[in-house]
Design a protein around this ligand. Structure first.
Ligand code: CAA
Length: 282
């Protein structure tokens, strides 16, 4: 079966980026979210990001119009029933994903692969919620999705070799580079990235340096495009905290304990760029 029609659940930062890259590569996309206003916001972001690509001469104005026409926004999840491949990019809460995976397993054709863009939830656990655990996989994109080259492709314990190769091939068709990883808390990306960000937060909490100074060290000394605190604000401090907790819980090593300053900032509602305040003010 040729994959032509892609379902994307969630029109937030990751979901709209995923819909963007599939539509830009010529796939039909059914973009599903629970409320029309989330879809409107997601489509506005896709339009803005396609405009950016037109302005940089990466795509033509016709490519932009064609990509937008490929995206069908829906609030009724039943409309995903005729999709050939589904990527879930909903809120990063296990209860929410549980409901979605059970529902997708009921409504999608039995041969359809169900992929999750989760950054930390176990693929093996999501697979076990369905009657097709061999067809559940992690397809982890990076923000901003239209720009970042990587797709971390995560095999759950039951993921079949065919599911892996189809997902890897799909990532290549999106002009991304898939990297194979086995299921473990934080996978590879966040297992290594989050302790770096968390440690940067400790240096601020302990008065070793200001956020600006920490970020300068990484930008100028290690050629990172963003310093770790700017990146934490960009990812969302609540997301960083959730991932540290998943790793502490799943790996049991105290080296993954979240920085108390991170917990305090999330308690204050300082979630980074999206809330207007994090390590910096926006
Ligand atoms: N859509 C399309 N294109 C975009 C874009 C978007 N949303 N955002 C930026 N771009 C393009 C720009 O047009 C520009 O294109 P050219 O190179 O052709 O000029 C390019 O990307 C760079 O953008 P800018 O010049 O505007 O800005 P910049 O040079 O400061 O780069 C950045 C911005 C790409 C975000 C860069 O700072 C960066 O790479 N930061 C690190 C991002 C990162 O680490 N992401 C991973 C987060 S972790 C995650 O997502 C997963 C998780 O599980 C937590």
């Amino acid at each position: 079966m040729e994959i032509q029609r892609i379902g994307v659940i969630g029109a937030g930062t990751m979901g709209n980026g995923i819909a963007h890259v599939f539509a830009r590569s010529g796939y039909s996309v059914v973009l599903c979210d629970v409320e029309q206003r989330f879809l409107d916001r997601g489509l506005a972001t896709i339009t803005k990001n396609l405009d950016r690509e037109v302005a940089k001469n990466k795509i033509s104005a016709e490519d932009k119009a064609a990509a937008l026409k490929k995206i069908e926004p829906v609030t009724d999840r039943g409309r995903l029933a005729d999709c050939d491949f589904i990527v879930e990019a909903a809120t990063e809460k296990f209860e929410i994903k549980t409901e979605i995976f059970r529902d997708l397993d009921r409504l999608a054709r039995p041969e359809v692969i169900l992929a999750s863009n989760t950054s930390s939830i176990s693929i093996t656990k999501l697979a076990a919620l369905t009657k097709r655990p061999d067809k559940v996989i992690g397809m982890h994109f990076f923000n901003p999705v239209p720009v970042m080259q990587l797709v971390e492709v995560i095999r759950g314990l039951a993921t079949s070799p065919e599911t892996f190769s189809e997902t890897r091939d799909l990532a290549i068709k999106l002009d991304k580079t898939p990297v194979e990883v086995n299921d473990a808390p934080g996978f590879v990306s966040n297992r290594v990235l989050m302790p770096l960000l968390n440690e940067a937060m400790y240096t601020v909490m302990e008065g070793v340096a200001t956020p600006e100074a920490v970020d300068e060290v990484f930008k100028l000394g290690m050629a990172h495009p963003m310093g770790p605190l700017t990146l934490a604000d960009f990812i969302g401090l609540d997301v960083c905290l959730d991932i540290m907790r998943v790793m502490l819980d799943g790996l049991g090593d105290p080296k993954y304990r979240p920085c108390p300053l991170l917990i305090k900032m999330v308690d204050a509602g300082w979630l980074g760029r999206k809330s207007g305040r994090g390590f910096y003010k926006y």
